[in-house]
Write a protein that binds this ligand. Structure first.
Ligand SMILES: [Cu+2]
Length: 145
């Protein structure tokens, strides 16, 4: 009888711990927010922890297999380190394609990169903007082939 109570106590405490720990660990690994945008029309915008991030890709319209200039601009908040962009496709592994950004002004960062042509024919690409120690956001957009 007493060991049965102990088992139940253990189960209750274990469940409580799992409920407490799991949301924290899963939110640490969770996907960044995804924002759809029309990159041909203008910059993509989103908020990361109170900082407004905008990503502009030029020249427009944005085409695959050509040199592209990526500009990330921030409003509000302070940056600890330069952000970077990982180019890829939603639900598809396209290999590593990171655009390194360098400071080009007050809260403005710029870099060059190339979006390749997907063998599947899909034209939906994403640019994940990561701000070290702040967070990241994924912009999803259409690319012209
Ligand atoms: Cu692909």
């Amino acid at each position: 009888m007493q060991s049965n109570v102990k088992v139940r106590m253990f189960a209750a405490v274990f469940t409580l711990i799992m409920f407490t720990v799991c949301p924290i660990s899963s939110s640490g690994k969770s996907e960044p927010p995804r924002v759809e945008c029309d990159v041909h029309a203008g910059p993509c915008r989103a908020d990361i922890s109170g900082t407004t991030v905008s990503l502009d890709i030029e020249p427009k319209p944005v085409k695959a297999m050509r040199d592209l200039a990526f500009t990330v601009t921030f409003a509000g908040g302070t940056l600890v380190a330069a952000p970077y962009i990982d180019l890829g496709m939603p639900n598809m592994n396209m290999g590593r394609n990171r655009v390194i950004l360098k400071q080009a002004g007050d809260l403005v960062y710029r870099g060059e990169g190339v979006i390749v042509r997907c063998p599947s024919g899909s034209r939906i690409w994403k640019a994940k903007v990561t701000v070290p120690e702040v967070g990241s956001v994924e912009f999803v957009f259409d690319v012209i082939y």
